[in-house]
Ligand binder design. Structure first.
Ligand SMILES: [Zn+2]
Length: 404
């Protein structure tokens, strides 16, 4: 039985101008109700959904003229928001509102698709605009949906459950290094998202200028800029992850990525560099790659990221001097040279393969205590590229290596 994956499919509603106020009125009313309810339960400090429903259901319906289902969904939404964080929650008038199986019906027809929504004045049907991929997603099991209003357009975000594809046995690993200079480089040497950095740097400069000015118009520009950068980044990450998964799948390989969770606290980098490493975009790229891989049946492995940029993929030497500059790798031991990010990607690919096949020989003093992982951090073996996956600082072959 394949695992299930929860995804969100976004479709655009075709809303004629003359009925534009229908969904808007419902949205504003539901959010006003949510905001009112939020203040009430914050005052009472009572956050249990059923207690809230018991106390406020009738008043909510009467005060805001909501249908039974809208009232329940509003209560559910407010109660759920307090599960995450206990501060007073405000609800903007134009925030998204929830629909469930009783308040929305989505129909996929031969020529297009429609959705009927229960609004304040009853059911209204809208046409939907979507591409084939979204259509395939929506054909699966559908859950709740959120109606969103963005920049004059209406969208329905439908949560769908799809089955993961059966994972194939990989013939090798495509290592992907997510970097600073280039957004991603794989172990075949392909570079993804080259233009991203220029855009990010340009935006940051612009932002800094605007922040110093701090006028009303500057604030407006900043907001616009942040939205634009976010969308650009999300789009780029979609393109990169799609290309990576397609390549891995096409060549029957798995995908190897660095396990960057917790890297923020560990990495030694300049302030500017840290900002980029810690940025949302890196995490987002991993997440997008992961779910696309699951849909394609491509295995994904996360490897220890330590020294991937300083280690020589040919002889295994780890040395900071192997990196004479940000872009160049030159091994001080064997002379192997290459593009720095490409070298990192090769190391990542190797580590994924190594961690799977061979258990690293562990010297007595590096032997992990109970509860630790079995990967020694340094000092055991030099033959990483073919051998045991252990890290070390000096190129000394160790007695315990499987390949010696
Ligand atoms: Zn070397």
């Amino acid at each position: 039985m394949a695992d299930k994956l929860k995804l969100v499919a976004e479709v655009k509603l075709v809303v004629p101008t003359e009925v534009h106020t229908l969904p808007l009125a419902t949205m504003v009313r539901c959010n006003q109700a949510a905001d009112w309810l939020s203040r009430k339960i914050w005052k009472l400090q009572s956050f249990d959904r059923f207690a809230v429903q018991h106390a406020f259901y009738y008043e909510l319906r009467e005060r805001f003229g909501l249908s039974a289902q809208h009232a329940c969904l509003t209560i559910g939404k407010v109660a759920a928001s307090y599960k995450r964080e206990r501060t007073l929650h405000r609800f903007r008038s134009w925030g998204s509102i929830a629909f469930d199986a009783r308040t929305y019906t989505l129909r996929l027809l031969d020529d297009g698709a429609t959705v009927s929504l229960t609004l304040l004045d009853g059911r209204t049907t809208f046409a939907l605009a979507m591409d084939d991929r979204t259509r395939t997603m929506l054909a699966g099991k559908r859950g709740e949906a959120d109606l969103c209003y963005r920049r004059g357009k209406w969208f329905l975000q439908v949560s769908v459950t799809v089955l993961e594809a059966h994972e194939y046995v990989p013939a090798g690993w495509l290592g992907v290094d997510v970097g600073i200079a280039n957004l991603a480089v794989d172990s075949d040497g392909a570079v993804y998202g080259e233009t991203v950095r220029a855009v990010r740097v340009r935006n940051r400069r612009l932002r800094s200028v605007l922040q110093h000015r701090w006028t009303k118009s500057a604030k407006r520009h900043l907001k616009k800029l942040s939205g634009r950068e976010h969308r650009f980044s999300a789009h780029t990450n979609h393109c990169i992850s799609k290309a990576v998964v397609k390549k891995a799948q096409g060549t029957g390989r798995g995908i190897a990525l660095e396990d960057l969770s917790g890297i923020r606290g560990r990495v030694t980098a300049s302030r500017g560099l840290r900002r980029e490493i810690g940025s949302w975009a890196f995490y987002d790229l991993d997440q997008k790659t992961l779910y696309k891989a699951k849909l394609a049946g491509t295995p994904v492995r996360f490897v220890d990221p330590r020294y991937t940029s300083q280690q020589c993929p040919a002889c295994g030497l780890v040395d900071r001097a192997n990196r004479p500059s940000q872009a160049v790798f030159r091994c001080t031991g064997c002379g192997e040279t290459g593009h720095a990010d490409h070298v990192s990607a090769r190391n990542i690919s190797v580590r994924a393969a190594v961690n799977q096949r061979i258990v690293a020989p562990i010297r007595a003093r590096n032997r992990p205590r109970k509860g630790q992982t079995g990967i020694p951090t340094r000092g055991s073996c030099k033959l990483l590229s073919e051998g045991c996956g252990a890290f070390f600082r000096k190129p000394q072959p160790q007695a315990g290596c499987l390949l010696k």
